[in-house]
Ligand binder design. Structure first.
Ligand code: UDP
Ligand code: MG
Length: 323
């Protein structure tokens, strides 16, 4: 008997929850039919500290549906941590993280399961058409992945989000990666295994609004780079070395020049250029070291990634929700 866990991080999504279940059920039915008799689905919602009625709706849904579970985090920890909580608690033989807003079409799950049954351990879902995203989001995502892949030691596929299928063996490896500054897309690629890819086109958000503000996306991007690469740290030794060489050559030239032609007007311009240029380089490299050091500090504290306030459904005794 095999179980497929659908892991859905949600943050202030009261209107999307039922819509999502209604849309996902038929797709899962098809997928389970492929797996064979006795296959089951588990919908694991992770309430990422929502401040609207999401928790109440989830409590009701998990009481009404035997296959719905929900975990409530004690505050908003962000999507990456919420997803980690879901992956830690999923019980399925295959785990599929998915967004609640139906931008990851559940129909793709059928294809994913087909590849899984054929032996793939990680099935990526790749967006072939992002025309529903804004121009800026597409441009920034493309530049980010180009930079990331140039710097990273292992390829992180572009246009593949968190939506993918992970086999139990892959999930168990992901669970061991106790990194604090999570960049799940990087971790999912890092683990390796037999990978297959399904293409799909990205839909519009069904209800509610996007929870990503520019600032949050930026910090995800910085986490993504610092979590997956060390190249930005190393590159400064090369740049510093190059500049030091140039400086030595210039100093030698100055000494000879002064000896030959005598002291001329003090070189205000060249000194300023050197001071400002090096000052800028220093600050930049300090900033980059700071990014990595900040990560080290966060890891050293060893705080848990998320805190669970409540758990309901799937055999956990549920308190009666106040309607
Ligand atoms: N989400 C979350 N915690 C957050 C922000 C978002 O769990 O702090 C969830 C959100 O409810 C949704 C998924 O992450 O299920 C993707 O969010 P959204 O659709 O807002 O992102 P976008 O599709 O715009 O990248
Ligand atoms: Mg979305």
């Amino acid at each position: 008997m095999r179980t497929v866990s659908i892991v859905i991080p949600v943050f202030n999504e009261q209107d999307s929850l039922s819509l999502f279940l209604d849309a996902a059920r038929p797709a899962l039915a098809d997928a389970l039919a492929l797996i064979g008799p006795g296959a089951r689905a588990e919908y694991l919602f992770v309430d990422d500290g929502s401040t609207d009625r999401t928790a109440d709706v989830l409590a009701i849904l998990s009481r009404l549906n035997g296959d719905v579970r929900c975990i409530t985090l004690s505050r908003n920890f962000g999507k990456e941590a919420a997803l980690a909580a879901g992956i830690d608690h999923a019980r399925g033989d295959a785990v599929i993280p998915i967004d609640v807003d139906l931008q990851d079409p559940p129909a793709v799950i059928v294809e994913m399961v087909r590849y899984w049954l054929a032996g793939a351990q990680v099935v990526n879902a790749r967006r072939v058409d992002r025309s529903t995203d804004s121009w800026f989001k597409r441009w920034s995502a493309r530049s980010f992945y180009r930079l990331l892949n140039r710097l990273s030691d292992y390829p992180i596929p572009e246009n593949v989000g968190d939506f993918r299928l992970l086999d139990r063996q892959a999930v168990d490896v992901v669970k061991q990666l106790g990194e604090q500054a999570r960049f799940n897309k990087g971790l999912f690629s890092w683990i390796g295994f037999r990978v297959a890819t399904v293409d799909y086109s990205r839909a519009r958000r069904e209800a509610g609004t996007t929870k990503w503000r520019l600032g949050k996306l930026w910090s995800l991007a910085v986490d993504g780079i610092t979590a997956s690469t060390t190249m930005p740290l190393r590159i400064w030794s090369y740049i510093g070395g190059g500049i030091a060489l140039l400086a030595f050559a210039y100093a030698a030239f100055l000494v000879v020049h002064t000896l030959v032609t005598g002291v001329d007007t003090p070189g205000y311009a060249s000194i300023m250029v050197a001071v400002l240029g090096l000052g800028g380089l220093n600050l930049m490299s300090l900033g980059i070291i700071g990014e990595y050091l900040g990560r080290v500090a966060r890891e050293v504290r060893q705080r848990p990634l998320y805190v669970i306030a409540d758990e309901q459904g799937g055999g956990v005794a549920a308190p009666v929700p106040v309607a």
